[in-house]
Write a protein that binds this ligand. Structure first.
Ligand SMILES: [Mg+2]
Length: 127
């Protein structure tokens, strides 16, 4: 059993590293001998399928109905975790360092969407 599963005091975002989550997913895959199924293509497809399952929780919601009760919150949390698990497995397979990739991409986004051109608006700045 993974260390994160054994130690319930270490299960929050504040105390868990991305590396530990990647290891958690890797162990789950390895224990089942599923590495052969976890190809980049299959994982990218799975990310999208799980993202669609996440979206289902917002399907048919009346406009303006943003209320999320505790049951719905739990279901959304589970789908978010499914998406994250496949993303982390994809990062494992492609040897992507999530933290450095994320920081680099956010820096790129900062240049693409400068505050002075995007503050309070959803419109993309003209190039
Ligand atoms: Mg799911």
């Amino acid at each position: 059993m993974h260390q994160l599963q054994k130690d319930s005091n270490r299960q929050s975002d504040e105390t868990t590293s991305v590396s530990e989550l990647k290891e958690l997913v890797s162990e789950f895959v390895s224990e089942r001998n599923w590495e052969k199924f976890h190809t980049p293509r299959n994982l990218a497809v799975s990310v999208t399928l799980e993202a669609a399952e996440l979206l289902e929780h917002f399907q048919w919601a009346p406009p303006g109905d943003e209320a999320i009760d505790s049951h719905r919150h739990q279901l959304i949390s589970e789908e978010l975790s499914d998406v994250m698990a496949y993303l982390l497995s994809l990062a494992n397979v492609l040897k992507i360092d999530v933290a450095s990739s994320m920081r680099a991409k956010m820096q790129k986004n900062r240049k693409k969407y400068p505050v002075e051109a995007t503050l309070g608006t959803w419109k993309k700045p003209t190039e």
